[in-house]
Design a protein around this ligand. Structure first.
Ligand SMILES: Cc1ncc(COP(=O)(O)O)c(C=O)c1O
Length: 360
């Protein structure tokens, strides 16, 4: 037998939140920060008319990039589309990192930053957070001459905290200029906080900042896998060489493009999120389950003052068919992350919450 040899991949693979429960046909899935209201009705109409699915899609997603550049007032040739922003994170790691390089990642942040950096073999350096909030000073403390990239999501998943625009600008100012700062704007559309500004609006013209965006959250297209990145022309043209040729499907591209046109749907989703996040927060707090202040379309639930543990609470929700995200894979104990669902799901959740505490 011939043996083939390959690299040892010393990273734990991504463990998504559960999406099914044994013995249950119907579940309420509040574990992956997907859109509460699905996607724009414009998309359904458009998809039914798509022809030529037997042909490859446009390898450079030109129509979508044009629409993005129009909508976000940014340059067409600084945009790259990916199979989710996930794929763009992977490409950034491929482009920037080698084995001897260091990447700084806040202690509790989106897992794919560490997974893709780890696959390349780069050294991952975790920056402490203060009370589950990213700290600019802690990031800066970790910089060495080997640091190549800093990743952060703003607002951050899973903690739901965020850096103000002043803090984010301060980070860029004090970070060595040849270190790439990646700002992941995945949840920016939900952000109504006054001192928040998206990475895109702050750093559009910075050559040492790369922005990530996704159609998986407020646009409701998680299963179609469409995201985009924005950076200098030089970075984007190098990423274009790394990019698999047909990474965004035709249905994905057309749906994303339509979704950008439906402002009403986005406004409706923002309103829905604002209303329900507040109602859910109040209800959780009645039972001493504390949350961070409202930011994105999910809440970070803290059970430290609650009479039951996060594990028991999660189990009890699952018995009723509700799935939430355990944060143990992030190394966070006694906390859960829950996505704001649609109205029916939220009403059922509140009812379940009350019944759980009535019986413990
Ligand atoms: C902060 C953050 N970035 C990126 C992603 C990935 O999004 P996509 O579906 O575009 O790959 C997620 C998904 O949960 C996320 O929370």
């Amino acid at each position: 037998m011939q043996k083939v040899f390959f690299r040892k991949i010393g990273v734990k693979s991504y463990k998504p939140g559960k999406s099914i429960l044994l013995n249950r046909k119907k579940v309420i899935k509040l574990s992956a920060n997907e859109s509460a209201l699905g996607f724009s009705p414009l998309i359904k109409r458009k998809i039914s008319k798509i022809k030529l699915l037997s042909r490859y899609p446009d390898s450079k997603s030109k129509s979508l990039r044009k629409q993005i550049s129009k909508k976000f007032k940014c340059n067409f040739d600084q945009i790259i589309c990916g199979a989710g922003s996930d794929e763009i994170i992977q490409m950034i790691c491929q482009l920037f990192l080698r084995k001897s390089d260091e990447v700084i990642i806040p202690k509790y942040s989106f897992l794919m930053y560490r997974i893709y950096s780890g696959i390349i073999g780069a050294k991952i350096v975790y920056a402490k957070e203060n009370n589950f909030k990213i700290s600019v000073d802690e990031i800066l403390k970790k910089v060495t001459r080997r640091t190549k990239v800093v990743f952060l999501a703003n607002p951050n998943n899973p903690t739901a905290t965020y850096l103000s625009s002043t803090e984010l600008k301060d980070l860029r100012k004090r970070l060595r200029s040849n270190i790439l700062l990646v700002v992941d704007d995945a949840y920016e559309e939900y952000m109504l906080n006054k001192n928040y500004r998206s990475g895109l609006s702050l750093f559009k013209n910075f050559k040492n900042v790369f922005i990530l965006r996704t159609f998986s959250k407020i646009y409701g297209l998680a299963s179609l896998r469409v995201g985009w990145g924005y950076g200098s022309k030089e970075i984007v043209s190098a990423l274009m060489k790394i990019k698999p040729p047909f990474n965004v499907s035709k249905i994905g591209e057309i749906s994303a493009l339509e979704s950008l046109k439906d402002k009403n749907f986005i406004n409706k989703s923002i309103k829905h999120n604002k209303k329900w996040a507040k109602i859910l927060k109040t209800n959780f707090e009645r039972f001493n389950i504390n949350t961070n202040s409202i930011t994105a379309n999910f809440l970070f639930l803290n059970f430290d003052k609650c009479k039951i543990s996060s594990r028991l609470f999660k189990k009890k929700l699952e018995e009723k068919g509700i799935i939430v995200r355990s944060l143990e894979v992030y190394g966070i104990k006694n906390k859960l992350r829950i996505t704001i669902g649609n109205s029916k799901e939220n009403i059922f959740l509140i009812k379940t919450l009350k019944s759980i505490f009535l019986n413990v």
